[in-house]
Every structure is written in C-alpha cells, then in structure tokens.
Ligand binder design. Sequence first.
Ligand code: PGA
Length: 251
Amino acid sequence: MRIPLVAANWKMHKTRGEAASFVSAALPQLASAQGVEVVLCPPYTALETVGRLLSGSRVRLGAQNVHWERQGAYTGEVSAGMLADLGCAYVIVGHSERRRMFGDTDERVRRKVRAAFDAGLVPILCVGETLEERQAGQTESRVTAQVAEGTADLTAEEVGRLVVAYEPVWAIGTGQAASGEEAGRVNGVIREFLRQRFGAAADATRIQYGGSVTSRNAAEFLGQPEVDGALVGGASLDPEEFVTIVRAAGA
Ligand code: PGA
C-alpha cells in the first residue's frame, strides 16, 4: 500500500517572511491530513526558516536541487549533506526547468540521485517528455530513458524508497494539464519498466504526476491507481489551494 506524496515546489518564490506566513496559514491542516505525506520545497534561502516551523510536525522539508559532489570548489552549489544537515528529507532532482535551463543532463541527474541517497535524502526524480517528443510518439521511450539513467546506480531497496514525478514538460506552468487517464497510463509504463529492472521493489515506488495540478483537477489525477500523489508548482504557493490538493490525496 503506497502512501501518496504531495510536494509543493515553490521554485524561485517566497522570501523567508512569505514562507513563514504560508506555513502559519497551512500547517494545521497539512499536518492533520490523513493518508498522505506532505513535503514543502522552498528555495534554499527559506529552508532553515521553514524547517524550524515544520519541526515536530508530520510535514517534511525538501530542497529543489542538489549538487552531486560532497564538497569542493563549486561556487554557488549546495551538497546533499548540507541539505540533510538543514533537516531536509527530500530533494527534487532533474526538474525540467533545470534540465532545460541549467544543464541537468541525464548523466548529471543520475549522479544527483546517487548523492541524495548517499546523504540520507530521498530524491524526487522528475521525468517527462516535451511537446515535440509527444507529437513524435516518443513519450514512452523518452520517459523510460530518463528513468533508466536516473536509477542506473540504485539498488532495488533504494528504488522502493525513490519518488518519481512524471511531469510532461508541456504541462508545466501552462495550465494545460495532462488528463488523469494519460497520467495514469504513463505512470504505469514507468512502474512496469522499474519492475522489469528492479523486481517487486518497484511496487513500493511512489510515482507522482506534476504539471498544472490545481484544486480543481487534483482529484482527477489522484483518483488514478498509478498516481501516488502530485508535485505542485504554481498552485502550491497559495495555502488554501495547496491544502485542498493535499486533502484530495488523503484518505
Ligand atoms: P506547475 O509546476 O504546477 O506550476 O505546472 C509543476 C512543477 O514544475 O513541478
């Protein structure tokens, strides 16, 4: 039985003060939601503030990116150990915005996933096809290739703890969400691939959907047996909106 995971990806939004206001407005409802695990992923600068406010609650802290090395001369980068030290439990890896704008290749994503597990974090591995790839009939092959590379260094036990977020690139921030049925179908393709490679451990892997999830369409995704939660961008910035999505995922 997989417990759905709903994660807020705030991207480059919210100062510490704004993050604290969100937490004070939403935490009581987020912490009391049953049958769902909740993660907040603020920007690096607000991690400590949010972590302190979440401490003692069931809501977990996550980061949006990580470097693959443990330490060194990597100006501007942050290691997985540093994130663990701040109290992070999760880290988003390979988000399409990072793949598109910041050079996150499949190879780098593989190393980041490994670094996350090595530091005791659980990676949320993002995969998804572009509109061109979808139109060319390459959705399954692209998504499977990203999952294959991202999990190449993992044991079956780690794959059981891994979170995968299927986020079609054309659906992110566009208001053009996939249909629940299509999200469920592609998530099923991902699980079948993981099963073939890692065996029964893949039955425990949580596979989220992300891309224009809102309080209005959340139930359509979360009602799919192969959709184990959501990675929410824009709609996670508003406490009421995010709480409604979390409730839709809960028992
Ligand atoms: P969106 O972003 O919900 O704003 O489409 C999702 C994401 O990028 O994780």
